[in-house]
Design a protein around this ligand. Structure first.
Ligand code: FAD
Length: 504
């Protein structure tokens, strides 16, 4: 976009209500919610890339799983007594129900037109082999029984039945291998890139500004407001913006911007970058035979986001099957970032926690090194654990998005690696930023609702009636209210054209 703005000292100058740094799913969701809640609010999204959703929110850079706790074993934690704690899976599911309600509202209002362009029914399976893993799956299944959010799930240890759910998993497999598999037909595949673009299109149609090729490099307090400075990436005039509120949705670059803004709340954090790659195929014989997302169990030391999965995907309307991610190590905090990102992020307040994380997470470091060195024969071996008849000639390796996992000081001052997302809020709620990546895009709506509570508290009472229309169950626990849960899941499934709940 060409901003036609008054010039000050060789830079465009603009005053606005809210600046959102980054045009990924997080900023786009917040900008969209603000445009629903107060169309008169002036918003400006500033993005360093030439277009929206070019980093983690791009469909090629993430796995497109509508995370709902149906298949990801890192949300079902084995306890010392052999039972499985599924409370994380319940929480993720509750959050995803809020995201589904936002999409339903937009479809029902006619604001979003075609749900098929961004969400498709894709059953979520968890598949394991070997007696120990099967025993764990039985305990997980037992823990999920009776919870309305998992009412559509089935469980089997029969290769014949599993072959009906997902044939590629079983063809060519030794019939004597013990297998355990859960299957939930209500799972989804989501194109968060399409959603980001659609949200920003809606925001712009309502008068919000979105500007590309501007790299925000400085944020400073200016009285009760903030002064945001950005360079033009093509060498043109820079941009200076005065805004009452700032949200930093800059993905892996959010922490450095929070720290440059001088926020004490951002001290003590560091970032641990993890890159990823997927084996990808568009071969019709495979895309026509595989219609599910199948998650497995992580190897020892593997970070939770590196749990292997064999995914049917729809990307920009075309069908693919992806397998991975294979984790790797890169010092960049964004895919388009710099190899100096990690060294330049070291500060006196975070260098010790960072070193401690490397020391305390040796299995992770070892795992990352082993993944980088993984020869194609071992990549094929990993793929064949899911798809025994796979042939490497059908697949190409593509680079996925970059994750910048949070390192945080705990109460004893020790650095710990966190795999969730964290909203950092400062300046009395006038500035905030989002760190971390998991469960990520699927939970953008609840994360941004939480941001509204912290950063727009003074407006919340006025906005509650509209919010109740957008996300009717916000603040309620669906798991405790089976009637409301069933109604909500059926309503959103119908609006989004996806598989409705199938209670057993
Ligand atoms: C390999 C992988 C798999 C994943 N799988 C899933 C999944 O299956 N399901 C799921 O829900 N989530 C998944 N995620 C997580 C999800 O992709 C992210 O949580 C989500 O996309 C983050 O959105 P965002 O808007 O915060 O960041 P991004 O999409 O990264 O957007 C940040 C934007 O900020 C811009 N920016 C950065 N610095 C500046 C600056 N200084 N000035 C201006 N602009 C700037 C960047 O260019 C970028 O466009 C996955 C992530 C990865 C990496």
């Amino acid at each position: 976009m060409a901003l036609t703005l008054p010039s000050r000292q060789g830079a465009h100058y603009i005053e606005t209500d809210v600046v959102l740094v980054g045009a990924g799913i997080m900023s786009a969701t917040l900008a969209l919610l603000l445009s629903e809640l107060d169309p008169s609010l002036r918003t400006l999204v500033i993005e360093r890339r030439p277009g929206p959703a070019e980093e983690s929110s791009n469909p090629w850079n993430n796995a497109g799983t509508g995370h709902a706790g149906l298949c990801e074993l890192n949300y079902s934690v084995e306890q010392p007594d052999g039972t499985v704690d599924v409370s994380k899976a319940v929480k993720i599911n509750e959050q995803f129900q809020l995201t589904r309600q936002l999409w339903t509202y937009l479809i029902e209002q006619g604001t979003l037109k075609d749900p098929k362009s961004f969400i498709n029914s894709t059953a979520h399976l968890t598949f394991v082999t070997g007696d120990d893993h099967v025993a764990y799956m039985r305990s997980r299944w037992a823990a999920m029984q009776g919870n309305v959010l998992f009412d559509s799930m089935r469980y089997s240890e029969s290769q014949t039945e599993i072959a009906e759910w997902s044939p590629l998993l079983i063809a060519g497999r030794d019939p004597a291998t013990p297998v355990g598999c859960s299957y939930d037909p209500t799972g989804t595949d989501v194109d968060f890139g399409v959603l980001t673009k659609e949200y920003l299109r809606i925001v712009q149609a309502r008068g919000g500004e979105v500007t590309y090729n501007f790299d925000v490099n400085d944020i400073k307090p200016a009285g009760k407001a903030w002064l945001i400075k950005a360079n033009h990436t093509g060498g043109g005039h820079g941009l200076v913006v005065k805004a009452k509120k700032v949200f930093i949705g800059a993905g892996g670059y959010a922490l450095q911007l929070l720290q440059r803004a001088g926020l004490p709340e951002a001290n003590g954090y560091g970032l641990f970058p993890i890159s990823g790659q997927f084996l990808t195929t568009s071969r019709r014989s495979i895309t026509e035979a595989h219609h599910t997302k199948v998650y497995g169990k992580a190897s020892v030391g593997a970070p939770p986001m590196s749990v292997p999965h064999l995914d049917a995907r729809v990307i920009n309307g075309d069908k693919y099957v992806l397998f991975g991610p294979f984790a790797g190590s890169s010092p960049k905090f964004l895919k388009s970032g710099s190899i100096l990102d990690l060294p330049l992020s070291l500060r006196t307040h975070n260098i010790w926690p960072m070193l401690e994380v490397a020391k305390d997470n040796l299995p992770l470091v070892k795992y990352l090194v082993s993944q980088i060195l993984l020869p194609p024969s071992q990549q094929l071996e990993a793929l064949r654990q899911f798809y025994p008849n796979a042939d490497l000639a059908d697949w190409v390796m593509v680079t996925a998005g970059q994750r910048a996992q949070i390192i945080k000081k705990d109460e004893h001052g020790h650095g710990t690696l966190q795999f969730g997302t964290e909203l950092v809020v400062g300046g009395g709620g006038s500035i905030s930023g989002l760190l971390g990546a998991s469960p990520g895009a699927s939970t953008a709506a609840p994360i941004m609702l939480g941001l509204l509570e912290q950063c727009f508290a003074e407006r919340l009472d006025d906005w509650r009636p509209t919010l109740a229309k957008i996300v009717p169950t916000w603040g309620k626990n669906l798991a405790d209210d089976p009637t409301l849960a069933q109604h909500t899941m059926a309503r959103t499934a119908e609006a989004l054209g996806i598989t409705p709940p199938q209670p057993r």
